[in-house]
Design a protein around this ligand. Structure first.
Ligand SMILES: [Zn+2]
Length: 295
């Protein structure tokens, strides 16, 4: 109960005007593994909602954040275990990865074939046309990773530590572009926190850039957003949020992946801004990234 209250309190820093109350109690159980008892405890702890009784509606981002911390089983949590394994694999020598980009028709009732456009960063060169409505392979990219994760130089470690108090909370899109919100409220998602760190780095006189790309891992890679900063001619990734979240979610223990680590090698930048890897006509696709070790 205390833990739930602790989890709900930071949610109250997100103004209600940005919420979309779109999730029913049944949806919260089905999609996020939060049963009626858990929902009642969350409501008692002050979880934002509209309506009451069977008519209550929750914000799906709020529930997604809560379910990550409650160790509910999900594909997302499984993927995180692979990240830590990647860190160990890359630390022991160069690795080749082949990342496949897969998507599923987002509008399965339309007529005719599906036409997908795949970003060049995801191996796309021309449209993929198919009659297949289920999961289809759209492209693939291969990487030879030589760079190993390493401790940040002291001046960048200091910057990383100054954001180590920020807790991972999904933010509505508008706030996700807002570095000031993270500075003030000390909660954020990957994109918002990366923007805050980028702003601070640039103000401090560093050459820095936003990075969007993959966390390379077998059997699935993930997309992620972080900050890269150049020092003495070399780029480092500064991303204290992810290791903190992984510890809070019970994925990692101890200090194998500290806030002051540059995980380049596990992280592979593909763009300077968040991009959609695949589109179905005008509709962006949810993508999966099955990944194998390449010979
Ligand atoms: Zn389609």
């Amino acid at each position: 109960m205390t833990r739930l209250r602790t989890l709900v309190e930071p949610l109250l820093r997100i103004p209600d005007e940005f919420r979309r109350f779109d999730t029913t109690p049944a949806g919260a159980t089905r999609d996020l593994g939060l049963d009626a008892a858990a929902q009642q405890v969350l409501l008692d702890a002050g979880l934002p909602h509209v309506g009451d009784g069977d008519e209550v509606l929750f914000d799906s981002l709020d529930l997604s954040t809560i379910s990550l911390y409650l160790s509910a089983r999900s594909a997302r949590r499984d993927a995180m275990r692979f990240w830590q394994r990647s860190l160990r694999r890359i630390a022991s020598g160069p690795v080749g990865y082949r990342v496949e980009v897969r998507a599923q028709c987002p509008l399965p009732r339309h007529s005719g074939g599906c036409v997908y456009q795949v970003a060049p960063e995801a191996g796309g060169r021309m449209p993929v046309v198919t009659s297949e409505r289920r999961c289809v392979a759209l492209g693939a990219v291969s990487y030879r990773v030589q760079q190993r994760p390493e401790p940040l130089p002291p001046v960048l470690a200091e910057l990383a530590v100054s954001y180590a108090d920020v807790d991972f909370y999904y933010l509505p899109t508008f706030l996700s572009l807002n570095a000031d919100f993270v500075e003030r409220e000390r909660i954020g998602d990957c994109a918002a926190t990366a923007h805050a760190i980028l702003d601070k780095a640039v103000k401090a006189g560093f050459e820095a850039r936003h990075a969007y790309g993959f966390i390379l891992a077998v059997p699935y890679s993930s997309t992620h957003t972080w900050t890269e900063i150049r020092l003495d001619g070399r780029w480092f990734a500064v991303d204290p949020l992810l290791p903190k979240a992984m510890r809070a979610w019970g994925i990692t223990k101890g200090d194998e992946w500290p806030a002051t680590l540059s995980p380049l090698g596990v992280y592979r930048r593909v763009a300077t801004e968040q991009i959609r890897l695949a589109w179905h006509g005008q509709v962006p696709c949810h993508t999966w990234l099955p990944t194998e070790i390449a010979k």
